[in-house]
Structure formats: structure tokens, C-alpha cells
Design a protein around this ligand. Sequence first.
Ligand SMILES: Nc1ncnc2c1ncn2[C@@H]1O[C@H](COP(=O)(O)OP(=O)(O)O)[C@@H](O)[C@H]1O
Ligand SMILES: [Mg+2]
Length: 381
Amino acid sequence: MIVAGVMSGTSADGVDVAVVSIQGRGSYLSFDLLFHHHTEYPKEVRKAVLAAMNASSISVAELSRLNFRLGELYAEAVHRAQKKAGSPKLDLVGCHGQTIYHQGTSAPYLGKKIACTWQTGEGAVVAARLNVPVVSDFRPADMAAGGKGAPLVPLLDYAIFRARNKGRIVQNIGGIANLTAIPAGAGPDAIIAFDTGPGNMVIDRLMQMLFNRPYDGGGKVARQGKVLQPVLEGALGGPYFKLRPPKTAGREEFGSEYSQAFLRRCGKAANADVIATATALTATSMAHALKRFVLRHGEYRDWVVSGGGTQNATLMEMLNQEAVNLGLSLKHSDEFGVPSQAKESVAFALLAYQTWNGQPGNVPSATGAQRPAVLGKISYV
Ligand SMILES: Nc1ncnc2c1ncn2[C@@H]1O[C@H](COP(=O)(O)OP(=O)(O)O)[C@@H](O)[C@H]1O
Ligand SMILES: [Mg+2]
């Protein structure tokens, strides 16, 4: 089956499309990545997406329009990727959508405790434009089964990175950073997975505020600054880092308000020092999460990174230093045949394939769900 996976993450930078050929079932599942293509959101779309995320007030008309507009945009992104891949006939599309709200932990609401999530980008529009069935809205079924709805990438991580003789930690650095730890020779039940905290989100927001740029290209600004140790240590003492896994984070935890408070704590420091400190927060919080929640439960050798954060050379140097201290060897997912920007979109191709075949896509040990669940909703043509 030829499946296109479509991912647009919390960074709201754009849309990644992976065209993947998938065969087999269960442990015999195998796949080849045929093509990966990234389309940036047009400026005004990015602005609307960021405004909708975790907004305390926005009109339902606006949300409804955004849902249909993103459907059009996803269809165009898939079409572009398909053409660049030599126009293979697509059998199925898996479209994650844009998360505009995610509350992984249940809290009282109108007399009942609920957890909830919302991904937007209308699957019916994507299906109609491409004339291909679409699986979308993957997270709610896991949450209805008692899970946190995230992370969903462990299915893919397990398929690619499991090894009989060595434990591997797979770390994606998107807006939020998440890891999947797979002990040597482990079954899917032994996987540990959770969001470690900010990936690029805080760096991006501060770059926007201080330099009017969307991100720190190559980590050049961070390289010129020095890390403000008291600010870093204060931030590492924050409540999210103490929570035990499974746990998920988003703009609700590390969005605009968080970055503003972080900036206040930096006082009169030079702008480059603020960015260096935010970059150190990403690297150090990952290392702390490993020490606290992963390494004491097993032996691991590789730390495999992916996501947009791998383009930040300063962040990668900091991570490399942490890896040396932890006795891990830092690797890129590219070395395993999955370009680091493509990984999450490949995951949603695989998840759609599972759903199409009536198979579960969540890994209960990763999301905290009580059972495996078939994920998503299907829009037929
Ligand atoms: N050349 C680069 N230099 C530094 N950071 C980059 C570069 N390219 C991308 N990034 C970072 O990666 C982010 C996008 O990563 P991505 O994996 O797509 O995250 P998400 O899944 O949250 O969308 C950007 O917002 C930016 O912070
Ligand atoms: Mg992205």
C-alpha cells in the first residue's frame, strides 16, 4: 500500500509529508520511505494557527474556517509531495492535523473528570481533493481508552529502532521534545515514552520576541551567548520536570506565557544570553529526564535524535556533551534511513495503515491507555 503521512507539529512551521510504501502486519510490518517533502505555512496561516492554539478567546466561526482551510492546505501539500515523488498512486492518507488544544491529564469539568484534545484540519476536505481515503483525528481514541493521547510515534520507533543487543533512546526535538526508550530485546510493553519538555518552542518564542525571527538558524545566536546558570537551574526546578511519566506537554505548559516569565527571570541579560539559556534548558531537561526516569531502569547505548532541533548546531553540541556525561552515543535518525525531519510524518502513514487494517496504533505503555486502541476517523471518497 502507498500511504502519505501528513504532520504539522506544535512549532506551526508547516507541513511535512512522507510518501511511504507499507507491507505486512504486526511484527512483520515493513516499509520504505519513498519521498519526504516539507511545505512551510504561508505567513498569514501560521499567524492564524498560532492565534488559535490554546487561545483563551476565539470565535467558533474562526475555528470552523481554520478547520476547512487547513484541509485545503494539507491536500495541496500532499499533492506537491506526490508529484515530486514521481506521482505514485496513493491508496491512503494519514493526516495528524494541527493541535490547537491538548490536555492530557484529566481535570474536573461540569461535574466529571475529563482529559481532552483537539486536532484541526478537515479530513473530508483532504479526501475529496485528493480522491483518496483519509484517516485523521488519531489522538481521541487513545484518550477515550484512558491514555494521554501522546506520544503516538512509539509504534514507528519500535519498528525501526528496536535492537536485540542494545537499548536505544529515540529523541524527537520538535516544538516539544519527546523520547521513546526501547530496552535491548524488549517487547512493546517495556517501552518508556513521554514528553521531556520544551524542544524548540521556548527558543523560537524568545527569538521572535527579541530578534523578530522565527527560530535561531543553526543555533548561531545561542553560540554567541553564555548560559545564565541561576535562570537555568530555576527553570529546571519547574513543576513539569518533576512529574512522573507518562506525561505530555504543549503550548499549555511551554507557550508564550512560559517564555515571557523566562525572559523576566533573565533580567537585564544580553539577548544572546537569553537564547543560550533557553537552548541549555532544552538540552539539560532532556538529560535530566533520562537520568530520573529512564537510565536507572535499564542499560542504554544509543541516543538517536530527530526533528527540527537537530538543525540547531549549538543545541546539538550541548546534547553531545550531555550524551558523553551519560555514557550514551548520540546518533541521527538519518543513519537509520529516516531523515530527521521526516520521522513524525512517516509515523502517521504507519498509524493510518494500522487503522485501515483494523489494527491498534497506540502503545499503551507509552500513552498510559488501559488497552490498545484502533485510532482515528476515516473520511471515505
Ligand atoms: N536551520 C535551523 N536552525 C535552527 N533551528 C531550526 C532550523 N530548521 C528548523 N529548526 C527548528 O525546528 C523547528 C521545527 O521542527 P519540527 O520538527 O518540524 O517541529 P514540530 O513537529 O513541532 O513542527 C523550527 O520551529 C525551528 O525551531
Ligand atoms: Mg514541523
